[in-house]
Design a protein around this ligand. Structure first.
Ligand SMILES: Cc1ncc(COP(=O)(O)O)c(C=O)c1O
Length: 368
């Protein structure tokens, strides 16, 4: 059995008719930006997450960067970010001119360790970005309490966590604001780049909308230096076709993740992800820690099993942050995760027998 890591064509094949209907509707309407589809998606996605306001934007990165700006973060400020995350989290803080301060992960959940945040707070700290990595919410109770106590803005990077819950509440409803990515591979993915910023704060949402529209308060009155970040009508219409399926898809991801968790349990040479109490992950990715990861990956590939690595280079080791490496300090946990994590195939259109085939191959290779 060959199991590719991900085939996006499967997800679009299931929804071919509604996606084509969405395309036809936008084509017939003749409005491609600033139209009814984006407005409706904003309402529907806000309601889904249990948040008052949603602003459709061009990408998840824009949602993070404009969100940080609207939260008052700028040059001279520090933003606390996880050391183990997609580099986009860091780049968004850098984009607004802030300095990133990296905090190491919990060694078992791989999300930012709340116990290590306190020591990273200083006089210039303005915000904390809580990334819900691989679809599992960060420990938002502890992080919310820290943010309140230190007067920090709390921004969720929920790019990988559409539909996840923390103590019953959805990702997106757990901080001062939340950034979502609708990158095509995400649990809720468009057919091109797209993103959104969610918040219960009407002023914050309005500011993000303005910043993404050249800073225009009203027509041609540019009250601040904004830029262009638009969620187009086509992508909004596609996302509306997919949103009603998100819960079922996430359920399916959970059922498949359960197979991995059961079949791969109890080994000394393989570390499974731990779900924090209160968390209800949506398994955007299913990653495990393995020894000699790259060689194992090649052997699995030779057997037709596709895997991926999220992420082989920790942000502080990337060229972009080379000039800041001394200031960022040693981040051994992020480096260990970058060396050992392996993402196994997991998506809603995967068959149980394919998950078993991945487990068979992986266990055989580990025992070889
Ligand atoms: C954790 C995380 N943050 C931010 C982003 C950025 O989102 P986008 O690619 O839509 O800009 C991504 C995905 O790419 C991500 O996985």
């Amino acid at each position: 059995v060959k199991v590719p890591f991900l085939e996006l064509a499967d997800a679009t094949a299931e929804l071919r008719a509604p996606l084509e209907a969405a395309f036809a509707r936008v084509l017939a309407g003749g409005t491609f930006l600033f139209g009814p589809e984006r407005e409706a998606l904003e309402r529907e996605f806000a309601a889904y997450c249990g948040v008052r306001h949603c602003v459709g934007l061009a990408s998840g990165f824009d949602a993070l960067a404009l969100g940080l700006r609207a939260l008052g973060v700028g040059p001279g400020d520090e933003v606390i970010v996880p050391s183990h995350t997609c580099v986009a989290t860091w780049l968004a803080a850098s984009e607004v001119g802030a300095d990133v301060v990296a905090v190491e992960p919990d060694p078992e959940t791989w999300n930012i360790d709340p116990g290590r945040v306190e020591a990273a707070v200083g006089p210039r700290t303005r915000a904390l970005v809580a990334v819900h990595l691989y679809g599992q919410c960060a420990e938002m109770d502890a992080l919310g309490e820290l943010a309140r106590r230190h007067g920090l803005a709390l921004l969720e990077d929920a790019a990988q966590a559409a539909g996840a819950r923390w103590n019953g509440r959805r990702a997106g409803a757990l901080g001062d604001a939340a950034a979502f990515s609708f990158f095509p591979t995400k649990n809720l993915g468009a057919l091109a780049d797209a993103g959104a910023l969610l918040s219960d704060d009407a002023d914050l949402a309005a500011r993000v909308r303005r910043l993404g529209h050249y800073g225009a308060g009203s027509k041609n009155d540019h009250v601040e230096k904004g830029r262009n970040s638009r969620l187009g009508e086509l992508q909004a219409a596609f996302l509306r076709a997919k949103l009603p399926h998100l819960d079922a898809w996430n359920e399916r991801r959970r059922a498949l993740a359960q197979i991995y968790l059961e079949r791969l349990a109890g080994r000394d040479d393989l570390v499974l992800p731990r779900v924090a109490p209160g968390g209800e992950p949506v398994w955007h990715l299913f990653a495990v820690r393995v020894p000699r990861r790259d060689a194992l990956r090649e052997r699995l590939a030779a057997r037709g099993i596709g895997t991926a690595v999220h992420y082989p280079v920790p942000p502080h080791r990337s060229g972009a942050y080379a000039p800041e490496r001394t200031r960022l300090g040693a981040l051994p946990l992020a480096e260990a995760l970058a060396e050992t994590l392996l993402s196994l195939p997991l998506h809603p259109h995967l068959h149980e027998r394919e998950v078993h085939a991945v487990c068979d191959a992986l266990l055989e290779e580990l025992d070889a």
